[in-house]
Design a protein around this ligand. Structure first.
Ligand SMILES: *Cc1c(COP(=O)(O)O)cnc(C)c1O
Length: 399
């Protein structure tokens, strides 16, 4: 038995079967490429769901991590550390917010925002105890905790995990009238993805984010933008909300914030919201640990110049041009937003899973989302020739 099938068997025998991985066993990565245990190289078109925006093992990020590994990696928030302050200061500047609360996973940032919004609703808006509601959107993906899957519209994410605690109202994405109708005096917040990632890179109608902002202001409701996948350069802007010059009350960040090295998420907002948290009301053993803070500080510094955002814009235009050459009879719709695309396959094409399996054989790693959509989200270090190579493989795979 060769090494890769042995390793696959180990995962199957001892692991939970909560994923259905493509048949490749990755051993190494560099930039936009990964190498399997057999030495085959693949272009990475998923970038770990945008957690690897800066490419695998970006030298600035690995250097920051190595340097911190030689000092201290975890002290807990029971004490102050010399890495946390600079990270918070940098991320506050990047988001334009007064304060930042570090967590680890994206789902924890979402949970933190739900707690903050509810407490803000009781203490600042005067909502009666335990009555606060949060408006969310059909097709959302905000993580996997029991609270979060309770307002998912995807049966695969939700079914079998109830009872759910309620307090969420889901309305169609991109529909401002439906949102207006769902907001009542007990609504504390609107939680949205400025572009729905897992749903298939769904870009809302132009002007919708600005209308949500106006509605939230009118109704004294917090606008919470989950930028965990859409933020930090992916769409050609620091935040996808910047595409419409919209500033939410709360930013949720994760994925690429950890540089592809450590889990690092954060909630960024002004004091009026953040100060609902007082000692003992929220926390995390690993949140803001020195290793994550050191990497996060470097990520923030890399994004401060705007070069990555510009690169994503330029490469996104290039990708859009390349995708326009795909056989129209095989494709229903293509949505591109920065270096991020959802390709909906037509009935005449194989399933998205089959297309991803063919792409794998052609040396490109991509992951389907739902039955008929191939998501394209390469690391932002990818070169135009590599985009051409990937699109040529896709053209072959859908044929
Ligand atoms: C991935 C994702 C999350 C959850 O992040 P985890 O780190 O997997 O918990 C939340 N929101 C959005 C928009 C995401 O894409």
């Amino acid at each position: 038995m060769n090494r890769s099938s042995h390793l696959t068997d180990l995962e199957e025998q001892y692991g939970a079967h909560n994923y259905h991985p493509l048949p490749v066993v990755i051993a190494e990565g560099e930039g936009a490429w990964v190498t399997d245990t057999e030495g085959n190289r693949y272009l990475d078109w998923l970038a770990a769901y945008s957690a690897v925006n800066f490419g695998h093992r970006h030298p600035r990020l690995t250097a920051a991590a190595h340097a911190q590994l030689d000092r201290i990696t975890l002290a807990s928030r029971a004490f102050r550390t010399d890495t946390l302050g600079p990270f918070l200061e940098g991320l506050a500047a990047l988001t334009g917010k007064e304060s930042v609360l570090p967590m680890n996973t994206g789902a924890e940032a979402v949970e933190t925002a739900v707690k903050a919004a509810r407490k803000w609703g009781y203490e600042r808006k005067g909502i009666a105890a335990d009555r606060a509601r949060i408006a969310v959107f059909d097709g959302n993906f905000h993580g996997r905790t029991t609270t979060i899957v309770g307002f998912s519209s995807d049966p695969g994410s939700r079914d079998g995990f109830g009872p759910f605690d309620g307090g969420f109202d889901s309305v169609p994405y991109g529909d401002i009238d439906a949102l207006a109708a769902a907001i009542g005096p007990e609504t504390a917040a609107v939680l949205l993805e400025p572009v729905q990632g897992e749903a298939g890179v769904i870009v809302p109608p132009a002007g919708w984010l600005a209308e949500v902002r106006r509605l939230c202001d009118e109704q004294h409701v917090l606008m919470i933008a989950d930028e965990i996948q859409s933020g930090l350069g992916r769409t050609g802007h620091t935040f996808a909300c910047d595409r419409e010059d919209v500033t939410p009350d709360v930013y949720l960040l994760g994925k690429a914030l950890g540089g592809g090295i450590v889990p690092l998420s954060a909630v960024a907002c002004d004091r009026e919201v953040m100060d609902v948290f007082t000692p003992g009301t929220h926390g995390s053993t690993f949140g803001g640990n020195p290793l994550a803070a050191a990497v996060g500080t470097e990520v923030v510094a890399m994004l401060a110049t705007g070069e990555w955002q510009q690169r994503a814009r330029d490469l996104g235009r290039y990708l859009e041009g390349a995708l326009a050459g795909l056989d129209k009879s095989r494709v229903d719709e293509i949505r591109v937003c920065g270096l991020w695309a959802g390709v909906d396959l037509a009935e005449t094409a194989p399933s998205a899973r089959e297309v991803c399996e063919r792409l794998l054989r052609l040396g490109v790693l991509a992951k389907e989302t739902h039955q008929r959509t191939v998501r394209i989200a390469p690391p932002l270090v990818i070169e135009p020739e590599e985009i051409d190579r990937g699109v040529a493989a896709l053209a072959e795979a859908i044929g």
